[in-house]
Design a protein around this ligand. Sequence first.
Ligand code: BTN
Length: 238
Amino acid sequence: MTVFPDGIRHLHIETVDSTNLFAREHLEHGMLITAAQQTAGRGRYGRDWTSPEGNLYLSLVWQIGDFDTAGKYAFLSAVALADALKTALGDDDLPLQLKWPNDVLLGGKKLCGILLEAETKDDKLYLIIGVGVNLAHAPDYACDLKSATGKSVTPQHMAQHFAAAFAAWDARFKAEGFDAIRADWLAQAHDIGTAIAVKLPQEDFSGTFAGIDKSGALLLEQENGALRTVTSGEVFFT
Ligand code: BTN
């Protein structure tokens, strides 16, 4: 039996355009939607997210207080996903790596993607946390859990583990603030000093990874030693 934590209500749909789009029409705190497949799965930057049956497609609706908090949920979701994967596989040493702001990599290749979207309804602010995990299939640039580890995890079990880890990190965030999430994220991120490039709509620049600040912004050390603070953009290893 699949069990979800108190406060999270699960709805499964066989086929949907996108769980994030469906969630937008069902803004209710704690609503968690999974689909066996998506016909119009969406990734960051307007990209498609190919969604054949066998992988996890999930959207969680979560009410938050303000837009500043929204960015911190990118990191909360990534550390929850990392915990959920380790628990699901029973392997604390699974060589995951986190990449700013919320990619989860395995063996240097993308295993999971997270798409955060904010919506307001009746003066309340909701986050739609869309999670895709390549459990059984992956496009060429990415990897899937089954091929990488030889182990199979069902989408429903993965959803359950994610929900439990998310609820635990959410409680910790509310009790202790962002510092614990930031520390856990940094402990699983690629090394300080890794060469990276950042792509913005109007500009590309490169340097080395110098961590994240107290709000979660990326710190990039430029060639001249100056630190640049980056609040949005796509990061690539160079
Ligand atoms: C990324 O580009 O890295 C984010 C991908 C997010 C994909 C998930 S799958 C479930 C949810 N529904 C969507 O349409 N997208 C997200």
